[in-house]
Design a protein around this ligand. Structure first.
Ligand code: FCB
Length: 455
């Protein structure tokens, strides 16, 4: 039983002490919601391939249909408008706009994002684009994907195409979402695409994604008038699973790989000391200057904390460990630790000295279900959001420059390896009928936004 099951929802959303102009939003990603995997010229991404490998994803679920957002985007924008959001962060599916990953663009794919952006603007909501939320075109994977140094150039060309197309209407752009998760899980732990565990492949992918980020920032800066540019990183405090020297020794490497290996070179211009020697063979003269380009904001994705354990069979000798029994956790077992969020906001503020947007925070459940009256009483999610937004306001009071907050996520969706079992939405989705049903948390979040608009 989770520690939050009996949490009672607060009677009403609080008034928080936040800066004027504070932005409230939600985040989604292309593969998790769009569906229409084979329509209008979209080609497969590495996730389409991965989902087809038996046993990779819970229940062998796929993103083929997901929330069918490709067809139902107008209804979904209507849901956001009803909540009263200021901003919507979504990602572009690279293989929808460039089916081969490079070369000839797919007009029908590009048109979809035109329709979406126009609907979002029409609803009075600011669109925020993230260029890469893990759905690399399979055609590029076939050329080596991120292991191939050319990937940085492919990504910059993709950025140019989208910047020219949407830059007249969209000013907020992020290059990548959670490069750490996609490279550690994909290249070191063999959990997600491309499904390998190899030190050299991992280091190459890391360095090439760093290069891709810097090159795309230059492209976006040149092509989007009045651009506000950032990158989105998942950062969590790392604790040892047990207080013995072996587990303690796993903390520093996990911290370097999970938290610093991307933002440090991108913002501070250096690789963390612990990895510098091993990544060096892949770094060419001038690369760090290409990677470290001026940014306007830091996107922080944060959920709970993490525990490291020593694992001699793992590529880097560490693995994700278990949280202590007494740690409060969500229905899907993720730690609930708002104090760590408070800490991390201040840490990011001091370390990187950029305005911060919380680009993801939210609470998963495998139990959300409508009752007979058709209501989803997700008190646990309301309690989570209340405690985390409170922790954020306290970090602001302590000096963190936080400018906005995006809930993960608008809709229940395809939750990667968990398939459709883990629900993070403010809006319940019946995946049989595609019926949307705002949960109690959607109403609560709308109230939070209304109570805290304009600071
Ligand atoms: C983050 C991902 C997002 C979603 C949430 C729950 O790591 O960026 O796509 O899966 O976790």
């Amino acid at each position: 039983m989770s520690n939050t099951e009996n949490a009672t929802p607060p009677a009403s959303a609080p008034k928080l002490d936040l800066p004027a102009g504070f932005l409230w939003g939600v985040s989604t990603s292309s593969y998790q919601i769009e569906g229409a995997a084979h329509e209008d010229g979209r080609a497969p991404s590495v996730w389409d391939t991965h989902c087809r490998q038996k046993g990779r994803v819970n229940n062998d679920d796929t993103g083929d249909v997901a929330c069918d957002h490709y067809h139902r985007y107008a209804e979904d924008v209507g849901l956001m408008k009803a909540i009263g959001l200021d901003a919507y962060r979504f990602s572009i599916a690279w293989p929808r706009v460039l089916p081969r990953g490079r070369g000839k663009a797919n007009g029908r794919g590009l048109d979809f994002y035109d329709r979406l952006i126009d609907a979002v603007l029409e609803a009075g909501i600011q669109p925020w684009i993230c260029l890469y939320h893990w759905d690399l075109p399979q055609a590029l994977e076939d050329l080596g994907g991120w292991i191939n140094r050319d990937s940085a150039g492919w990504f910059a060309d993709y950025a140019l195409l989208t910047a020219r197309r949407y830059g007249d209407r969209v000013k907020h752009w992020a290059t990548f979402n959670e490069q750490n998760v996609s490279t550690i899980f994909g290249f070191a732990l063999n959990w997600t695409p491309p499904g390998i565990a190899d030190r050299a492949a991992y280091y190459r992918a890391v360095h090439h994604q760093n290069l891709a980020h810097g090159m795309a920032i230059d492209v976006l800066r040149d092509s989007v008038p009045g651009a506000s540019l950032g990158v989105i990183h998942n950062r969590q405090i790392v604790y040892p699973e047990r207080h013995d020297p072996a587990h303690q020794a796993a903390v520093a490497p996990m911290d370097a790989h999970w938290n610093d290996i991307f933002p440090d070179p991108q913002i501070l211009g250096v690789y963390p000391e612990l990895v510098a020697d091993e990544i060096e063979p892949y770094v060419r003269a001038g690369d760090l200057g290409r990677i470290c380009r001026p940014l306007d904001w830091f996107g922080l994705n944060h959920y709970g904390s993490m525990w490291a354990k020593v694992d001699p069979n793992a590529v880097f000798g560490f693995h994700l460990g278990a949280a202590p029994e007494e740690m409060p956790h969500s229905e899907i077992g993720w730690a609930i630790h708002p104090e760590a969020f408070h800490y991390e906001l201040l840490n990011v503020h001091r370390r990187y000295k950029l305005p911060i947007y919380v680009t993801e925070n939210g609470c998963g459940s495998d139990k959300d279900q409508p009752d007979e009256a058709g209501r989803v009483h997700d008190a646990h999610r309301i309690a989570y959001l209340r405690d985390y937004t409170q922790a954020m306001a306290e970090a602001v009071a302590d000096g963190a420059d936080v400018r906005g907050y995006f809930v993960w996520s608008l809709l229940d969706n395809f939750e990667w390896g968990s398939g459709y079992a883990n629900r993070f939405g403010l809006v319940y989705v019946d995946f049989e009928t595609q019926k949307r049903l705002p949960k109690a948390s959607a109403q609560w979040y709308g109230e939070l936004v209304r109570n805290n608009r304009g600071g």
